[in-house]
Design a protein around this ligand. Structure first.
Ligand SMILES: *Cc1c(COP(=O)(O)O)cnc(C)c1O
Length: 226
């Protein structure tokens, strides 16, 4: 089982390295999305050199954080955030990729403990305007960024998206391009960010082509499991 894990992990790392190399670009950070996978599997990946892990549910993450307390892991929250769940997220994570409301950003800033550095934060953008999907609409990104940028205990790092699932990688790539453009628009408005959290197991190459700085990879590393 660990052989398979190692094999898949190395294959994903190679896909990232090769794509970046071809583009002569800096390879993005590999965020291993460990939701629904065990602490033991996370530890095995740690032993292969992986440090950044993404979780979508606080309850599930809490158990893993306790079990893995002895490791210097970097935890990223990537799931939907209810306002009554902001406190543990503010206290235990290094990054949050899924902020879509001012109220949530304010609570995260207020609840971030003083002894910790500001929480790194990305705005989740509903880049393909899907009715079923979370995230701010593209035109709401700048107003939201302006509203939260001065908050003391968060640091706005950039934008995140989950594009609409489509068969062809060309239109997928268009979505990533539009997210990158929104990042540039922020910069023109005086809000400098350095992060585009985009690209998953099936489309990491397109995302890297459009300037991804963090790819969030689940199934290609962990395999598929019910
Ligand atoms: C589960 C998840 C991923 C990983 O998706 P894969 O297709 O398994 O790589 C990435 N981002 C978010 C927000 C997720 O919830």
């Amino acid at each position: 089982m660990n052989n398979d894990l190692e094999h898949r992990y190395r294959a994903v790392s190679a896909r990232i390295a090769e794509t970046a190399h071809t583009l002569q670009a800096t390879p993005p950070l590999l965020l291993a999305v460990s939701k629904k996978h065990s602490s033991e599997t996370i530890r095995a990946l740690y032993n292969l050199g992986q440090r950044d892990f993404g979780e979508s549910y606080w309850q599930e993450a809490e158990t893993k954080m306790q079990t893995l307390e002895d490791l210097d892991l970097v935890w990223h929250f990537i799931g939907p955030i209810q306002s009554n769940k902001t406190r543990p997220i503010a206290e235990h994570f290094h990054w949050v990729h899924s902020v879509e409301r001012e109220k949530i950003a304010r609570r995260l800033s207020e609840q971030r403990p003083d002894h910790l550095p500001p929480l790194n934060l990305c705005l989740q953008v509903n880049i393909d305007r899907e009715a079923s999907k979370s995230g701010v609409l593209p035109e709401a990104v700048l107003p939201l960024a302006k509203a939260i940028q001065g908050l003391p205990k968060i640091r706005l790092r950039g934008l995140m998206c989950i594009p609409e699932r489509r068969g062809d990688s060309k239109s997928q790539q268009q979505s990533f391009r539009r997210l990158a453009k929104l990042g540039t628009d922020l910069e023109s408005a005086g809000i400098a960010t350095d992060t585009l959290s985009m690209g998953m197991s099936s489309d990491l190459e397109s995302a890297i082509r459009e300037g991804s700085t963090i790819v969030r990879i689940g199934s290609a590393i962990f395999g598929t499991r019910a």
